[in-house]
Design a protein around this ligand. Structure first.
Ligand SMILES: NC(=O)c1ccc[n+]([C@@H]2O[C@H](COP(=O)([O-])OP(=O)(O)OC[C@H]3O[C@@H](n4cnc5c(N)ncnc54)[C@H](O)[C@@H]3O)[C@@H](O)[C@H]2O)c1
Length: 260
């Protein structure tokens, strides 16, 4: 029997144009969710078409979530369309550069924090008043096991902050009927990114620093392998569903034994 954990639920998925966000959105739609797919890439429209073609329901919203205005307007559009938000999956993020900390310049450090902390911070702020008003809601933040990892200190720090805001928001909002959890993926295999994290030419050093990350990530996993998009979506959708009704303020590592 097909599972329908999200029947009649309204869900926002950020960064839904590719990768983990796309997988979460397609799977949630197949389980009955009506979706607002938010991304700054036009490719998000293709995901909306894919969902409609499979008989699901979604709208695509273009927004840059690194800015408060982008997050505020995206959430307002979703609420105008659907009337309320039951679930917010904050998935935008990802390391832009991989290199030892002494090789990051100040512009890069700020860009990493803007990419991997602010979209989650702003979207939580944008959605919270409407969840408080209806007295229920679920937020799942996508963190990373890279809070303990090499060659991406600014990204690690941003995800550490995501973990902190997850727990603090969970404490403030539990008695208002709102659950806030995070899932921290380990290394995850995915098709070649159509939207690159970084469009600069890769140097020989860049290649070596990325290889070091892959080696450390694989070795830190008890299973000695990367996960799949499906394995990450499984955990995110569990946290988003009523099956996790007694879970809040939890950071769930999904890294084959690497706890981050
Ligand atoms: N892929 C991994 O191995 C891995 C491991 C650990 C954690 N994670 C986390 O999982 C999440 C998803 O990772 P992924 O690899 O699927 O990402 P990705 O880079 O493949 O896709 C990110 C999506 O977010 C969108 N996006 C980026 N910046 C945006 C912005 N400012 N506003 C709106 N949209 C924006 C992009 O257009 C893209 O569609 C991230 O938070 C990442 O840190 C990923």
């Amino acid at each position: 029997m097909r599972s329908e954990r999200f029947r009649d639920k309204i869900m926002i998925v950020t960064g839904a144009a590719q990768g983990i966000g796309r997988e979460v959105a397609i799977r949630a739609a197949a389980e009955g969710a009506r979706l607002a797919l938010v991304d700054r890439s036009e490719l998000v429209h293709e995901v909306a078409v894919e969902i409609e073609t499979a008989g699901g329901s979604s709208i695509a919203i273009l927004a840059d979530l690194e800015n408060w205005e982008g997050a505020r307007d995206a959430v307002a559009t979703a609420i105008r369309q659907f009337g309320r938000i039951d679930v917010l999956v904050n998935n935008v993020g990802g390391a832009i550069w991989m290199r030892p900390f002494e090789h990051f310049d100040d512009r890069q450090i700020e860009a990493e924090i803007r990419r991997s902390l602010f979209p989650t911070m702003w979207c939580c702020r944008a959605v919270l008043p409407s969840m408080i008003e209806v007295g229920s809601g679920v937020i799942v933040n996508v963190s990373s096991i890279a809070t303990r990892g090499i060659n991406r200190v600014p990204y690690s720090a941003a995800k550490g902050a995501v973990n902190a805001l997850t727990v603090a928001m969970a404490m403030e909002n539990a008695e208002r009927g709102i659950r806030v959890n995070a899932v921290a993926p380990g290394g995850t295999d995915a098709p070649q990114r159509r939207i690159p994290r970084n469009s600069e030419n890769q140097t020989e050093d860049d290649g070596r620093w990325i290889d070091e990350v892959v080696r450390q990530t694989t070795e830190s996993s008890f299973m000695k392998r990367y996960g799949t998009l499906e394995e990450q979506a499984n955990a995110i959708l569990f946290m988003a569903s009523d099956e996790a009704s007694y879970l809040t303020g939890t950071i769930l590592p999904v890294g084959g034994g690497d706890t981050g």
